[in-house]
Unconditional design. Structure first.
Length: 74
């Protein structure tokens, strides 16, 4: 039923239509953005597969008190 959907002729037609719709200046920007999105997605998948660290990062026991800027005025 779906044999040969992405034959070279079809791919050329899709590329030609994309060139007409987006123009020659916009296509490289779209390709770059798509490539960065795919890399980010793969990176997130790889980071998700890593095991969690054994010990959590040390946390501060007490937060610094907020300074009142009006008390500095004489």
């Amino acid at each position: 039923m779906f044999e040969g959907i992405l034959q070279p002729g079809h791919l050329l037609l899709i590329l030609f239509v994309a060139l007409l719709v987006f123009g020659p200046k916009k296509l490289p920007e779209l390709g770059k953005g798509l490539g960065e999105a795919i890399r980010g997605f793969k990176k997130a998948l790889d980071e998700g597969e890593r095991p969690a660290p054994l010990s959590p990062a040390p946390q501060k026991s007490e937060a610094e008190p907020a300074k009142n800027p009006q008390s500095d005025r004489g």
